[in-house]
Write a protein that binds this ligand. Structure first.
Ligand SMILES: Nc1ncnc2c1ncn2[C@@H]1O[C@H](COP(=O)(O)OP(=O)(O)OP(=O)(O)O)[C@@H](O)[C@H]1O
Ligand SMILES: [Mg+2]
Length: 226
């Protein structure tokens, strides 16, 4: 993918993919273009060159809404919940495009995140940071996606809450949903990644299994704090 904002290319030919039921993680310094890459994949940014494919089908021309219908779900880095709406209303918003019964999906989400069930009638803005992220992930899962894209789902939460959320994300991937995730907590995220990407200045600096990246001395020294 190559493209950016206005005439400035932020993405400089980066290439990212995730296989079915696997976890792929994008790490890299601030401003590297991680969020821009996620927006491009979701169709919020027009590419100047390159393609986005889902199950081999070129979806580069589709709007974000049409990509949701094809099976993509995206939790952005910021403003990812409706704070004045209840937890349950947030989940219902996630199902906006669906025309079938949504209750069983909602039950699955409450099973995955039991705290949300207890707080389902509370405004989402009153929840803790970790629980808000659960609402955001739950909202995305309401579309029954094939690919779940998460931009820094553990931003601002404690290490314990982070571990818990990663466990839930692994659980989701085991159901056959592909996870593509940007993470600041690089070491912990690569630890659960089938595939990892170190993105620098809009290009792939390193691409390998999570395990191999964690073991690479150069990656460790420059991007993982030693
Ligand atoms: N809407 C926008 N308009 C113009 N430039 C933007 C816009 N959003 C981001 N940028 C620029 O694009 C570059 C990449 O930003 P991006 O948000 O993709 O980085 P990131 O890797 O997600 O960083 P972070 O780790 O801080 O989230 C930065 O130089 C940023 O200033
Ligand atoms: Mg970002």
């Amino acid at each position: 993918m190559t493209g950016g904002y206005g005439t400035v290319d932020i993405l400089q030919g980066c290439s990212i993919s995730v296989n079915k039921g696997q976890v792929a993680v994008i790490v890299g310094p601030n401003g590297a273009g991680k969020s821009t890459a996620m927006k491009a994949l979701f169709g919020m940014l027009k590419l100047r060159a390159g393609q986005v494919k889902l199950n081999g089908e070129d979806i580069s021309g589709l709007s974000p809404q049409d990509r949701v219908a094809k099976g993509m779900a995206f939790v952005p880095q910021t403003s990812n919940i409706f704070t004045s709406m209840t937890v349950e209303e947030n989940l219902e918003m996630g199902a906006f495009l669906r025309r079938d019964a949504i209750q069983s999906t909602m039950d699955q989400i409450y099973e995955l995140f039991p705290a949300l069930k207890n707080k389902r009638h509370q405004p989402a803005g009153e929840l803790s940071g970790g629980q808000r992220q659960q609402v955001a992930v739950g909202r995305a899962l309401m579309t029954q996606p094939k690919v779940l894209m998460l931009d820094e789902p553990t931003a601002g939460v404690s290490p314990i809450v982070m571990d818990e959320l990663f466990d839930r994300i692994i659980e989701v991937s085991r159901t056959g949903i592909s996870i593509l995730m940007v993470e600041q907590n690089a070491r912990q995220a690569l630890n659960i990644a089938d595939k990892g990407y170190v993105l620098v200045q809009g290009a792939n600096r390193y691409t390998d299994t999570g395990e191999a990246l964690l073991a690479d001395p150069d990656v460790r020294k420059t991007f993982l704090g030693g």
